[in-house]
Design a protein around this ligand. Structure first.
Ligand code: URA
Length: 434
């Protein structure tokens, strides 16, 4: 088989066979197929697309390019959750302990933040001593004992995707649906859970800016998951403004703890409950959505989710006392309020700009090796639909450098859109694809 012939075939709009896709992915992972041939193939796929069958074969070939976790040593139906990335998205910190508090094993692999979006691992590292570098043994043991463990993505998880994603990033071939879906799903399938709930975000701060694109991606990923024999659902959720009020690592951890104490922002909790409902249904702990939601609400009311979070933090080396005393977590030295200069209603808060403001403050990564400041970020005092008067505080900046705080200020002012009329309420949940 020759890569040249496969590129020609795809360029002419023909479908590649399983054997051809396996040859291509294996050869590329081993370094036998050079970047320039793979780039040509990726571009041909961008123009010609891939069938459902080809997309599945590509996903499975990438999954099998490295280790595939075998979670069969963990009792029960293991559920995983994945978000396509957003701003202020601390969902896993609240959802995972809620689900685990119901006795459902949550075995999760998470990543770090990059660019304007945050990552769960960075947030968890706000607890001194907390580690996500678990061995496979520890991971299984913690899920069995605590019902919840979160591990950093191992270097050998879908290595073909890692290499290919880096290549797509510099060859303008990221934005093809089958390529995105297979990239995400290869990692999710390698992480080994029985059931997967996807949070596909849509809006200004999301990868998929429009609802039709988000639904198309959700459908593509759900098809792959089903064809690979998994229980899978995708919830399409709003990312046209940051989720909740806090953006920035420690600020988000504090908001997550508030939420576990029953004081979570409404928009945020709506997303948590929508995702949690699907997880509980997959784990066969409830028969209807209403029943699943009631069970989840109970974990907040009776504080079992809060206690589960503390137990999980301790099991991975963190200080669980901070879960009960979050005010002890360090905070940034400079606090600057962003003043409103127009009368009206907040119609939109461009999530990407708020994410970029946090990045400017040092709370996000410019490259994957950047150091981040866990204390900085932005608290949104006003959200979409709120009435605002001149002089009201729109948002509060937490910084450790005045120049950076001023830069963030300008970005936040641009992020807020104020209009004279109150906007129609926007539903956080755009739909569910099963
Ligand atoms: N996230 C991924 O993991 N892969 C893509 O291709 C796009 C977003």
């Amino acid at each position: 088989m020759r890569m040249y012939d496969l590129i020609t075939k795809k360029k002419n709009g023909e479908a590649l066979t399983k054997e051809e896709i396996d040859f291509m992915i294996e050869g590329y992972t081993k370094g036998e197929i050079p970047d320039y041939q793979m780039s040509a193939m990726m571009m041909a796929i961008c123009f010609q697309g891939m069938s459902e069958e080809e997309t599945l074969h590509l996903t499975l070939a990438m999954r099998d390019s490295g280790e595939v976790l075998d979670l069969s040593r963990i009792d029960g139906i293991k559920v995983d959750k994945h978000s396509t990335g957003g701003v202020g998205d601390k969902t896993s910190l609240v959802l995972a302990p809620m689900v685990a508090a119901l006795g459902i094993p949550v075995a999760k692999m998470s990543g770090r933040g990059l660019g304007h979006t945050g990552g769960t691992i960075d947030k968890l590292e706000c607890f001194p001593g907390f580690s996500t570098s678990l061995t496979e043994e520890q991971f299984y043991e913690n899920v069995n004992n605590v019902k919840l463990a979160i591990m950093g993505q191992t270097a050998n998880l879908a290595p073909a995707d890692k290499k290919l994603y880096a290549l797509r990033d510099v060859t303008a071939t990221v934005d093809q649906l089958s390529l995105i879906a297979s990239s995400i799903m290869s990692k999710k399938l390698a992480a080994g859970a029985d059931a997967i709930v996807l949070d596909v975000k849509t809006g200004n701060g999301a990868f998929m800016k429009t609802e039709p694109d988000a639904f198309a991606l959700a459908e593509e990923m759900v098809k792959i998951g089903q064809n690979a024999g998994k229980k899978i659902a995708a919830v399409i959720t709003d990312m046209d403004q940051p989720l909740g009020n806090a953006v920035g690592n420690i600020l988000e951890v504090k908001e997550a703890i508030l939420s576990l104490n029953g004081l979570g922002p409404k928009d945020f909790m709506e997303v948590v409950y929508a995702l949690g409902t699907q997880m509980v249904l997959f784990a066969a702990k409830a028969e209807t959505e209403e029943e699943a939601r009631t069970m989840l609400e109970e974990t907040i009311k009776n504080k079992t989710a809060l206690d589960k979070f503390a137990e999980f933090v301790e099991a991975q080396g963190g200080d669980k006392r901070l879960v009960y005393q979050p005010e002890v977590l360090p905070s940034a030295g400079i606090v600057l309020e962003v003043m409103n200069t127009e009368e009206g209603y907040v119609s939109r808060i461009k999530a990407e700009d708020i994410g970029l403001a946090s990045l400017v403050l040092g709370g996000g990564r410019v490259t994957k090796d950047s150091e981040i400041d866990l204390t900085v970020g932005v608290l949104l005092n006003k959200k979409r639909g709120d009435k605002v008067r001149m002089g009201d505080t729109l948002a509060t900046i937490f910084a450790n450098d005045m120049e950076k705080a001023k830069e963030a200020y300008a970005k936040i002012v641009c992020a807020y859109e104020i209009q004279p009329k109150q906007p129609e309420p926007v539903s956080m949940i755009k739909g569910v694809v099963r």
